[in-house]
Design a protein around this ligand. Structure first.
Ligand SMILES: CCC/C=C/C(=O)SCCNC(=O)CCNC(=O)[C@H](O)C(C)(C)COP(=O)([O-])OP(=O)([O-])OC[C@H]1O[C@@H](n2cnc3c(N)ncnc32)[C@H](O)[C@@H]1OP(=O)([O-])[O-]
Ligand SMILES: NC(=O)C1=CN([C@@H]2O[C@H](COP(=O)(O)OP(=O)(O)OC[C@H]3O[C@@H](n4cnc5c(N)ncnc54)[C@H](OP(=O)(O)O)[C@@H]3O)[C@@H](O)[C@H]2O)C=CC1
Length: 303
């Protein structure tokens, strides 16, 4: 039984049900949740939906209590809901900063605490918190950089304090620039910047939703049973270096190739109709990655 805070990428759910999990999707907009649930069911998975605003601690506990009452347990939690807006700190209002901290840091704590109080404290469980690359400063995103760094440290503390409660494990995944629905939140100018820079990492490309989903499923699964308190960057190596104006391969191997993208679709045709829900420029990029994943790597086809 896995509670995913947010309307998740379909990829998550595909993996979870392949492991036999029932997935519960929770976010504010029921329409989106219901349509994702329908797709999951079409693929043969088991899924439930519930309305939840993670910025309300009482709602978080109520959600966990409802799940436990209905399904008898809650052994996994993915704190995927989150986000921010792009703004220089000099133009940000105190309330703008507080709102993003409230959503990401407070919201993640509320759900972790609710899962602990409502089930995991007594029975154990596994938590994955989605953060972002905040190893260095985060220009244009001071609020989310601070909030996500807070989540990473909170995760370390909870790993130590909660490990003795039936082996609760808690880790973070820090996605690099990923082709996803979240890109719809940004104005075109910011998106253009993402597209221009998103490939500047050792992989030479953006990440895919499947790549994020696979890392989350790994950390939730017994395959990661000796891993707790870590932050796993899933970013093609971006967080290691961000200073190469033309991307690392221009310096180290000018004839180098992209890392092959993992799209990770099930092979039957029904599942292969997945589309990415993102702005046009990003969808074009995704189409290219799909072709690369199927046909192999062609350096010249990079944007
Ligand atoms: C490298 C990047 C990689 C990461 C990618 C992703 O994460 S993809 C995932 C991306 N996905 C997401 O981000 C999804 C989730 N994101 C969201 O829901 C919103 O971005 C939210 C976090 C602001 C919450 O919204 P809400 O409805 O609760 O907020 P509200 O309307 O009540 O405003 C509260 C305060 O914030 C201020 N303010 C708000 N917007 C802007 C702006 N553009 N500009 C300036 N300021 C802005 C607003 O003025 C107000 O302050 P004031 O005027 O009172 O002093
Ligand atoms: N895409 C990228 O490049 C990167 C993404 N990330 C992070 O990964 C996570 C997933 O990203 P992505 O799928 O692209 O983002 P989306 O914006 O598509 O998804 C965010 C989800 O969070 C939910 N949500 C937002 N606020 C709340 C709230 N108060 N209560 C409950 N649910 C809420 C939204 O649903 P609803 O509005 O219905 O509530 C939505 O389903 C986010 O935390 C994002 O910041 C990190 C680094 C890079």
């Amino acid at each position: 039984m896995v509670l995913i805070g947010s309307h998740p990428i379909l990829g998550f759910a595909v993996y979870f049900y392949s492991l036999g999990a029932t997935v519960i999707l929770a976010a504010r907009k029921m329409d989106q949740l219901k349509s994702t649930a329908k797709e999951i069911e079409l693929l043969g998975g088991k899924c439930d939906v519930m309305q939840l605003n993670i910025r309300d601690a009482n709602q978080a506990l109520e959600a966990v209590n409802q799940i436990v009452a209905k399904h008898g347990k809650l052994n996994g939690l993915v704190n995927n809901a989150g986000g921010q807006f792009h703004s220089p700190a000099s133009k940000m209002t105190p309330n703008g900063f507080a709102t993003v901290v409230d959503l990401n840091l407070m919201g993640t704590f509320y759900l972790c605490k609710a899962a602990f109080d409502g089930y995991m404290g007594e029975h154990g469980g596994t938590i994955v918190n989605i953060v972002a690359d905040c190893r260095n400063g985060f220009p244009g995103m001071v609020h989310t950089g601070a909030a996500r760094a807070g989540i990473i440290n909170m995760t370390k503390t909870l790993a130590i304090e909660w490990g003795p409660y039936n082996g609760i494990r808690i880790n973070c995944v820090a996605p690099g620039m990923t082709i996803s629905s979240g890109m719809k939140n940004y104005p075109e100018k910011v998106l253009d910047g993402f597209i221009a820079n998103g490939w500047m990492n050792p992989s030479g490309r953006f990440g895919t939703e499947s790549e994020m989903a696979a890392s989350v499923v790994f950390l939730l699964s017994p395959a990661a049973s000796y891993i707790t308190g870590v932050n796993l960057p899933v970013d093609g190596g971006y967080s290691l270096s961000r200073s190469d104006a033309k991307g690392p391969e221009a310096m180290y191997n000018p004839k180098g190739s992209l890392m092959r993208p993992y799209i990770g679709w099930p092979s039957d045709e029904k599942a292969a109709i997945q589309e990415v829900d993102a702005p046009t420029g990003i969808v074009k990029l995704f189409e290219k990655y799909k072709a690369l994943a199927v046909n192999g790597i062609n350096r010249d086809s990079k944007l």
